[in-house]
Design a protein around this ligand. Structure first.
Ligand SMILES: [Fe+2]
Length: 126
């Protein structure tokens, strides 16, 4: 099946993560194996919360992960947060020790968010 714009793939061998910017017909391969398509999850289970929560304050959108702040440790942290505002993608990369949140100064009608946890994968807002 052909890929779609915005899909994110991970290499289970070397850990490379790539995003499809313009889809072609081919299969994405890395380290000699087909890459794994990361499914966007939106239902939290258990204690840890991953679903992005969007809060609007004035002309800013704050995206938090999640309803209870997600850990930001060396071995387990949120690698990036995206805001999709009227189809335009804004992305902030994070590292261990930072807060699991990002602020974006943008005007838009239609807002959604995605985030990536290095252990638990890709999540989207409801
Ligand atoms: Fe996690």
């Amino acid at each position: 099946m052909a890929s779609m714009r915005g899909e994110i793939y991970r290499c289970s061998v070397c850990g490379n993560i790539v995003e499809v910017l313009f889809p072609g017909e081919g299969i994405l391969v890395c380290s000699g194996k087909p890459m794994e398509l990361l499914k966007e999850k939106s239902e939290d289970q258990g204690m840890e919360k991953h679903v992005p929560v969007i809060e609007k304050t004035g002309d800013r959108y704050k995206v938090m992960v999640g309803s209870v702040p997600h850990p930001m440790e060396e071995k387990h942290f949120i690698q990036w947060i995206e805001l999709i505002a009227d189809g335009v993608v804004y992305r902030r990369f994070l590292s261990a020790g930072l807060k699991p949140e990002a602020e974006f100064c943008v005007k838009a009608e239609k807002i959604s968010a995605r985030e990536y946890c290095n252990l638990h994968g890709l999540w989207k807002s409801k």
